[in-house]
Design a protein around this ligand. Structure first.
Ligand code: PLP
Length: 484
């Protein structure tokens, strides 16, 4: 298999084409880089623009592949040992939407934990799904959210036997993976599809010291951001389909409907190359990243005010951990993660993936090195010496989110029959808004849901604090959009 895997059909085809320096009477309009802004051209060089081509027979079509794209997708499917892999040029966001649209019919219900990326809600709205929510758990010791456990999924399936599928996010932003083998068993014993957002796990399959990936565990459909951890350019993702219960022709139609007809061949080439690299060199390269991450974790845990949970900590809670994600708890510093994120940025030129009050999340990828880790750890050490905040008594908590879904989110989104009410008087109304505070970074209200006293109190309390609330349509969150 490795012999074939040393090919990169899209990259090779596009490169051959680029070398011909052909006169272009097709899109894009920059004409092999000629009209690209000079400053940009000085920075990037000119060659790369010869690879920015459009669809023609030589370079194949993403929407009806018969040549190099077809071959590259087949190599991808072989690399992950799945039946079909479809390339995505709009990230896993489009993959999540495609999973709902291709696996479900309008009005189907899907069981899912609330710990979701916003594109999942997009998929629910587009496909007309009734969501059946599972309450995620908060771990107060680690200040993180843990996703649905197998028992919760089994119980929910029993309660809602009509559900078509179970949707899971694994790994989470923190690198925590669910017991996917057990969950896949539960789903399949009960004739439910298992759909997994594995945006953060395209690398798991390529090193034995990672948790089991969704593709290996037997999920029916899995979306992965090749660009997040492996070496594709941003937007490069893949949708794997591995199930007799999914109509692959429908999936292809849906993916085609959601994607641009002018895919960027540079992105496609890097998806192709990232697969080749992962298959041929993943074990070695990812092994180095694991070592660097564990070295960093140890050093961080030797600092006085920063801690970074370990795989053992997570395993003892019934989950597993991709150790290349460093969740760095900052609560002992007296500063917020957001403040430390700014300091790292401004004073140390170190950029982390995201932060909230409690944690910094540093994501490592196939290109990460031990020297990068040293930069981060040294900066944290310096911050610890220089900055001292006041200890705060903040707790990560969640209101009950398994509330009444009165209307299907799609109907609320499309109807536009809304009015605004004061947040403090919103109890009993049906939300027409999605509100996602950071932390916890999961939607507290979504369209179609009855607003409970508990949720209202929670949002009122958050509105008094310095917390970013995504979806908020006015600064102080004084009013909220509800169904008329
Ligand atoms: C869990 C999860 N799913 C999906 C996505 C969307 O992925 P992409 O950026 O590839 O569209 C993200 C992005 O951050 C994510 O964290």
């Amino acid at each position: 298999m490795k012999k074939n895997q040393s090919n990169a059909p899209i990259f090779e085809t596009v490169l051959e084409h680029a070398k011909k320096r052909m006169v272009s009477f097709h899109t894009p309009g920059h004409k092999n880089g000629r009209s690209i802004d000079k400053k940009l051209l000085d920075f990037t060089g000119k060659k790369v623009y010869y690879m920015d081509v459009t669809v023609f027979p030589e370079v194949d079509s993403l929407h009806d592949p018969t040549g190099c794209i077809k071959q590259a997708q087949e190599l991808m499917a072989k690399a992950y040992r799945v039946e079909h892999s479809l390339f995505l040029v709009n990230g896993s966001s489009v993959g999540n939407e495609a999973m709902f649209l291709s696996a479900c019919k309008p009005g189907d219900s899907v069981i899912l934990s609330r710990n979701i990326h916003k594109s999942v809600l997009g998929g629910i709205i587009l496909a007309g799904i009734w969501p059946i929510w599972i309450q995620p758990k908060i771990d107060q010791n680690l200040d993180v959210i843990l996703d649905a456990e197998p028992d919760q999924i089994a119980e929910t399936i029993k309660k809602f036997p009509e559900a078509k599928a179970v949707f899971l996010t694994s790994p989470t932003y923190n690198g925590v993976t669910s017991d996917l083998l057990e969950i896949a068993n539960i789903c399949h014993e009960n004739n439910k599809l298992l759909l997994v957002d594995e945006a953060h796990g395209p690398h798991l399959r390529f090193h034995r010291d990672f948790p089991i990936s969704a593709v290996e565990a037997g999920a029916d459909m899995v979306v992965q951001s090749i660009h997040k951890i492996l070496s594709a350019m941003s937007q490069g993702s893949v949708l794997h389909v591995n199930s007799d219960n999914i109509d692959i022709n429908r999936v292809k139609k849906v993916v085609s409907m959601l994607q641009t007809t002018s895919p960027n061949y540079f992105i496609l080439s890097t998806i192709d190359l990232a697969r080749r690299q992962a298959v041929l060199h993943g074990e070695r390269l990812l092994g180095q990243v694991i070592q660097a991450a564990e070295y960093g974790r140890k050093k961080i845990n030797r600092l006085k005010t920063f801690t970074c949970f370990t795989r053992k900590d997570i395993r003892s809670r019934g989950y597993d951990l991709d150790v290349t994600k460093l969740t760095i708890n900052v609560t002992k510093t007296g500063l917020t993660g957001l403040k430390i994120e700014d300091l790292l940025n401004e004073e140390y030129n170190v950029q982390i993936d995201c932060a909230d009050i409690f944690n910094l999340i540093a994501i490592m990828g196939i290109g990460s090195t031990r020297a990068d880790v040293d930069r981060l750890v040294n900066a944290l050490e310096d911050i610890e010496k220089k900055y001292h905040g006041e200890q705060k008594n903040w707790n990560l908590n969640l209101p009950s989110l398994t509330t009444e879904m009165v209307l299907i989110p799609r109907d609320v989104f499309l109807s536009r029959e809304y009015k605004r009410v004061s947040l403090s008087k919103s109890v009993g109304h049906i939300s027409a808004q999605t509100l996602t505070p950071y932390p916890p970074g999961i939607p507290i209200l979504i369209p179609g849901e009855r607003i409970t006293q508990e949720i209202c109190d929670y949002l009122l309390e958050l509105s008094q604090k310095d917390i970013r609330i995504s979806g908020q349509e006015n600064d102080a969150l004084k009013t909220i959009r509800v169904v008329k």
